[in-house]
Write a protein that binds this ligand. Structure first.
Ligand SMILES: Cc1ncc(COP(=O)(O)O)c(C=O)c1O
Length: 420
C-alpha cells in the first residue's frame, strides 16, 4: 500500500524484536489485531522480567543485596514511567491494573464527598472509568453521564457543557475510546472541569500506545494507563499531581509510610513485572531513533517515537477505513472522514449485516487473524447504540507493529467471508 512509504518506522527491525509475532496459524503468519486488548512484548521486556526473577527476586527494604537491587529497580521503573508521562517519579503509583487503581482513588476521593456532589462520566468510556465512580452513589454522590453524537461516536459537546456545573467534583473521561477509537478533546475537558472547580481524572489506557502523553501540559489531576497496552507487562500505572497524592487519604495499612507514592502502594508489588517497565520505555525511546538523530533526553526520544508511530498508524488507517466502507452491509462506528483522522486512533469497530461479531472474529481467527468481538467493557456505548444484545462490534485494533500487508490480508478475508 502506498501509505506505508510515509512511515519512517523500520517494520522488519521492529517485528523481529517481538517473538510472538512470528507465530503461525495453519502455516500462515498470525496477524495480531488485538492490540486494544493487550499488545505483544519485545524480547528485552521478557528478558528483564526473567532476569529479575533469576537474579534479584526479593522483597523491598531489606538489608541485603537482592533487596537493595529490588528497591533500585522499582525507582528505575518509576523514573521510566515519569519520562513516559512527563511528570516526576514520585507522582507515579504502580498497581495491578488500571481498574484497581481507579477503585483505590475513587474510595479515597469518595471520603470527601457529600450528598449532592456530582461526578461526570461519559458514555464513550470503558466501564473501569465509570463503575468506580458509580460506587460513590452509596455515599450520596450523583453520577451524570455525558452522551455521544451517534453519527460519529464523539462526545456531545453541548451535553458535556451542560453536565459540568459548579456541583461537579470530578470529571472522569477517557483520552480515547477502546471501542470506536475516538480521541476526545482532553485539554478542553480538563479546562472545563477546572473552571468549575472539579478534578479531571483521565483514562489514557487506550490512548497510550497511539499518542504522546504530557500530564503537565494537559494539567489533569490524575491519569491512569496500563503498560500491557503499550508493549509492557500486565500492570497499571497512576499519575497524580503530588499535592493530591499527599492530601487525599488512602485506606492503607499502618506499615505504609505517609510518603508519596508509598502510601498508595499497599502490600507487595509485582516486582518481576515492574522490572519489565524500564525495558518497555527504552523500547519506545529506541523507536524514536532515526539515522543521524540525537536526543538530549529519553523524554525527547519518546516524543519522536510517538510522532513516528502516529504517522505509521495514520497510514494504516487511511488505507483500511475507506476499503472497509466499501464492503457491502458493513457499518463502521466512529469517525469515517479521512480529514478527521487526527481525531481517532486506528481502532475500528464495525458490524456486517447477516454476520454476528462473534462469527466474524471466529472465522478470522481460524485464518490466523486475531480480532475481538463484543463490548470490551465499553458497555455503556454498546447499550447506547442498541447493539449490546446483538453481540456488540467486531474490533480491529492495529498498533505500530502491524503492516500494510496485514491490513490487506484482513480486508481480503472479510471480503471473502461476506461474499461466501
Ligand atoms: C480504555 C480502557 N480503560 C480501562 C481499561 C481497564 O484496564 P485494566 O485492564 O488495566 O484494568 C481498559 C482495558 O481494556 C481500557 O481499554
Amino acid at each position: 500500500m502506498a501509505t506505508e512509504t510515509a512511515s519512517t518506522l523500520n517494520l522488519d527491525s521492529i517485528r523481529s524484536q517481538f517473538p510472538a509475532l512470528s507465530q503461525t496459524v495453519q502455516r500462515q503468519p498470525a496477524v495480531f489485531l488485538d492490540g486494544p486488548g493487550g499488545t505483544q512484548v519485545p524480547r528485552r521486556v521478557i528478558a528483564a522480567i526473567a532476569g529479575y526473577l533469576r537474579r534479584n527476586n526479593a522483597n523491598t527494604n531489606g538489608a541485603y543485596r537482592t533487596s537493595r537491587a529490588t528497591d533500585r529497580m522499582i525507582e528505575t521503573a518509576r523514573a521510566a514511567m515519569a519520562d513516559f508521562l512527563g511528570c516526576d517519579a514520585d507522582e507515579i503509583v504502580f498497581g495491578p491494573n488500571m481498574t484497581s487503581l481507579t477503585f483505590a482513588m475513587s474510595r479515597a476521593i469518595g471520603r470527601e464527598l457529600a450528598a449532592g456532589d456530582e461526578i461526570v462520566v461519559t458514555t464513550l468510556d470503558h466501564d473501569a472509568n465509570i463503575s468506580p465512580w458509580r460506587a460513590l452513589e452509596e455515599r450520596g454522590a450523583s453520577i451524570r453521564m455525558v452522551d455521544i453524537r451517534e453519527e460519529d461516536c464523539t462526545l456531545d459537546r453541548n451535553d458535556l457543557e451542560q453536565k459540568i456545573t459548579d456541583r461537579t467534583k470530578l470529571v472522569a473521561f477517557g483520552w480515547a475510546s477502546n471501542a470506536v477509537g475516538t480521541i476526545n478533546p482532553v485539554r478542553e475537558i480538563v479546562e472545563r472541569a477546572h473552571a468549575h472547580g472539579a478534578l479531571a481524572f483521565v483514562d489514557a489506557v487506550h490512548y497510550a500506545p497511539h499518542g504522546p502523553i504530557d500530564v503537565r501540559a494537559l494539567d489533569c489531576d490524575f491519569l491512569v494507563c496500563s503498560t500491557y497496552k503499550f508493549f509492557g507487562p500486565h500492570l497499571g500505572v497512576l499519575y497524580g499531581k503530588r499535592r493530591h497524592l499527599e492530601r487525599f487519604q488512602p485506606y492503607k495499612v499502618r506499615a505504609n509510610t505517609n510518603a508519596v507514592p508509598n502510601r498508595w502502594e499497599w502490600g507487595t508489588l509485582n516486582h518481576e513485572l515492574i522490572a519489565g517497565i524500564p525495558a518497555c520505555v527504552d523500547y519506545w525511546a529506541d523507536l524514536g531513533l532515526q539515522p543521524g538523530s540525537s536526543f538530549s533526553s529519553r523524554r525527547e526520544a519518546l516524543l519522536a517515537a510517538h510522532a513516528a508511530v502516529e504517522r505509521h498508524e495514520r497510514g494504516l488507517m487511511a488505507e483500511l477505513i475507506p476499503r472497509l466502507l466499501g464492503i457491502p452491509g458493513l457499518t463502521l462506528y466512529g469517525i469515517r472522514d479521512p480529514q478527521r483522522f487526527d481525531q481517532r486512533c486506528p481502532t475500528v469497530a464495525l458490524r456486517i449485516e447477516g454476520h454476528s461479531p462473534l462469527e466474524l472474529a471466529t472465522r478470522l481467527g481460524k485464518r490466523g487473524i486475531f480480532t475481538w468481538d463484543g463490548n470490551y467493557y465499553a458497555l455503556n456505548l454498546t447499550e447506547r447504540l442498541g447493539i449490546e444484545k446483538a453481540g456488540g462490534f467486531l474490533r480491529i485494533g492495529p498498533v505500530h507493529y502491524n503492516t500494510a500487508e496485514e491490513m490487506e490480508r484482513l480486508l481480503a478475508a472479510l471480503e471473502n467471508i461476506v461474499r461466501v
